[in-house]
Design a protein around this ligand. Structure first.
Ligand code: R5P
Length: 220
């Protein structure tokens, strides 16, 4: 069973005619974008904004109208994936390199619907290395500051071994904290470091988490 598609299809049912929809990024959001395109073929009329160049491209290929952000005040609903969620719906995101645009879109969304397969639900966040978007300038100094918070930051590389660059031209430091006891506190500590643009902790942002499992759908 495709658990990502299962969760995505359920989330897409929440979209109503006339809505402005935020399109997430990653292999689960991929299915939501396809699901939206399928519903549009059946008559659904929406407009969308995208959280990455990749999702923007996919949506346009599928005929979903993408509007520029200056035409948008509020996004009615955003459907996005996550790398981890705890039972409080605090999230780690950014495994796909899109955390900053995702957080900007999420912060302007009336509803943030997170879609995951059951492997992403954890008791405590932190097994997945926390992505932190950092500016290239003096990145070595920023990494030292990150390490002082108790992790081993590793700059993300592409398959060919070069430094991965986000859609915003920044680097991503993947920070293994192991287990995060105070996600909200860590979020603020990370973002207080000059050189950090934002981090992948999404605290109290999700309205609902839809989980696809072998037993079916459940909701947090
Ligand atoms: O930067 C990427 C996003 O936060 C993704 O939503 C997240 O990494 C989950 O991706 P996937 O659905 O591919 O596991």
């Amino acid at each position: 069973m495709n658990l990502k598609k299962l969760a995505a299809d359920k989330a897409v049912e929440l979209i109503e005619n006339g809505m402005t929809v935020g399109l997430g990024t990653g292999s689960t959001a991929y299915w939501a974008i396809h699901g939206i395109a399928d519903r549009m073929k059946e008559g659904l009329s929406i407009r969308a904004v995208a959280t990455s160049e990749a999702s923007d491209k996919l949506a346009r290929e599928l005929g979903i109208p993408i509007v520029p952000f200056h035409e948008v005040d509020v996004i009615d609903i955003t459907i996005d994936g996550a790398d981890e969620t705890d039972s409080q719906m605090n999230l780690i995101k950014g495994g796909g390199g899109a955390l900053l645009r995702e957080k900007i879109v999420a912060a302007s969304s009336r509803q943030l619907i997170i879609i995951v397969d059951e492997s992403k639900v954890v008791d405590r966040l932190g097994k997945f290395p926390l992505p932190v978007e950092v500016v290239p300038f003096a990145v070595e100094l920023t990494l030292k500051k990150l390490a002082k918070l108790g992790c081993e930051p590793k700059l993300r590389l592409t398959e060919d071994g070069s430094l991965f660059k986000t859609d915003n031209g920044n680097y991503t430091a993947d920070c293994s904290f192991g287990s995060i006891s105070d996600p909200a506190g860590l979020h603020d500590e990370l973002n207080a470091i000059p050189g950090v643009v934002d981090n992948g902790l999404f605290i109290r942002m999700a309205s609902r988490v839809i989980v696809g499992s072998e037993k079916g759908i459940s909701t947090l």
